[in-house]
Design a protein around this ligand. Structure first.
Ligand code: ADP
Ligand code: MG
Length: 366
């Protein structure tokens, strides 16, 4: 099911009546989620992710704009009539019911012509339980399950009505690091197997990058960029997006363009054809540095981190705006004994320039 958001806007009245001022939680959101895809809605806390999801679910009414499922305008429909499955961060299972009863619950609530025979309800409950691999746990109570198992029950409960759209609001936040990894792969598998159009909300860029077909990056209620994860990483449209995606994060410097050459701290570091003379922010991905005696960028070494496969040189530079300069280099690269400085050449496609006022990307080269 394709989901289309048209000029979707949500304005909340101020929580503090005296102080006044309303909150524009979501501002003119336009996007079409392709049928059968998993979309990651990504941004820092408070940027409007949950509000967007709740409007798609029908739990909140948009201030303006429209929502379509396929060709059907669902903007005025109640959540029950939209055919959605919703999963929250805190599972929200019924504690006094068994796993089986929890999963059956949405089906038992169906009325009229939607009502199913008992055998079919059971058959469906077992089918989704098997899909999320909890069919052995059907007679337990939620308190007898681990966090990861509880979240699987919540997903099974959301799937049992065979929703047209599955909505997940930070579903992994309550799990520990290893379970988070495992469960996100599970969600990906379940989504692929069922082919249900899915919207996955998270503030964790790595999570969004690893699981999504398409990512939507939001800031203060406004969509910044949409695209495939790798495409956004390789081609961020502004400084915010460049900084939000990537671990270790992008390195940012003050720079200056003069005569189509980029200078950092007075040293020429890269040719930037087509860029007019001006002061800029320079973003360099950690993998964009090549240790090179002839390189223009001279940094003061403060340490070397070996993290599994990666060797990362931590250094300092007086024009850097991020806490330290972190480069990821070839695992067989070694610093000489007592080496205090390192010179880098730069990979042009890993270097991004940004306007200092608007923080929009300035493109160079071809
Ligand atoms: P996120 O899920 O990205 O953390 P939310 O969608 O929950 O962000 O919130 C977006 C903005 O809207 C925040 O500034 C938040 O304080 C505000 N907000 C959310 N719900 C309400 C509400 N019911 N009343 C007033 N303001 C709200
Ligand atoms: Mg939220």
């Amino acid at each position: 099911m394709k989901v289309e958001l048209k000029n979707l806007t949500k304005i909340f009245p101020s929580r503090n009546k005296k102080a006044g001022g309303e909150v524009v939680a979501v501002n003119d959101f336009n996007f079409t989620i392709p049928d059968g895809k998993l979309v990651g809605l990504l941004g820092p806390s408070g940027c409007g992710k949950s509000t967007t999801l709740y409007m798609i679910s029908g739990l909140q009414k948009p201030t303006s704009g429209q929502i379509f499922f396929g060709d059907e305008d669902v903007t005025e429909l109640t959540p029950e009539n939209r055919g959605i499955g919703l999963v929250f961060q805190n599972y929200a299972l019924y504690p006094h019911m068994t796993v089986k009863q929890n999963i059956l619950f949405p089906l038992q609530n169906l009325r009229g012509e939607d009502k199913l025979p008992k055998e079919e309800m059971l058959e469906r409950a077992y089918r989704v339980a098997k899909l999320v691999q909890i069919d052995e746990l059907m007679d337990r109570k939620p308190s007898e399950l681990s966090g990861g198992q509880q979240q699987r029950v919540a997903i099974a409960r959301a799937l049992v009505k065979m929703p047209r759209v599955l909505l997940l609001d930070e579903p992994l936040s309550n799990l520990d690091a290893r379970l988070r990894l495992q469960t996100r792969e599970e969600i990906r598998r379940i989504q692929k197997e069922t082919g249900i159009t899915t919207i996955f909300v998270t503030h964790d860029q790595e999570e969004a990058m690893s699981i999504s077909d398409v990512i939507v990056v939001m800031k203060l209620g406004v969509v910044q960029q949409t695209g495939k994860p790798q495409q956004i990483y390789d081609d961020p449209c502004n400084l915010f997006v460049a900084k939000f995606l990537g671990t270790p994060p992008i390195n940012v410097f003050n720079g200056e363009v003069k005569g189509e050459v980029l200078y950092i701290g007075g040293a020429a570091v890269l040719s930037v054809p087509g860029v007019e003379d001006k002061a800029v922010f320079v973003g360099i991905r950690p993998e964009g540095f090549i240790p090179d005696e002839a390189g223009g960028l001279l940094c003061e070494v403060s340490g070397v981190d070996v993290m599994g496969r990666d060797v990362s040189i931590v250094s300092k530079h007086k024009e850097m705006l991020t806490p330290s300069v972190r480069s990821i280099v070839d695992a067989d690269y070694t610093l000489a004994e007592g080496q205090r400085e390192v010179r880098y050449a730069l990979k042009p496609h890993k270097v991004f320039l940004f306007d200092k006022t608007t923080e929009e990307r300035i493109y160079f080269g071809v």
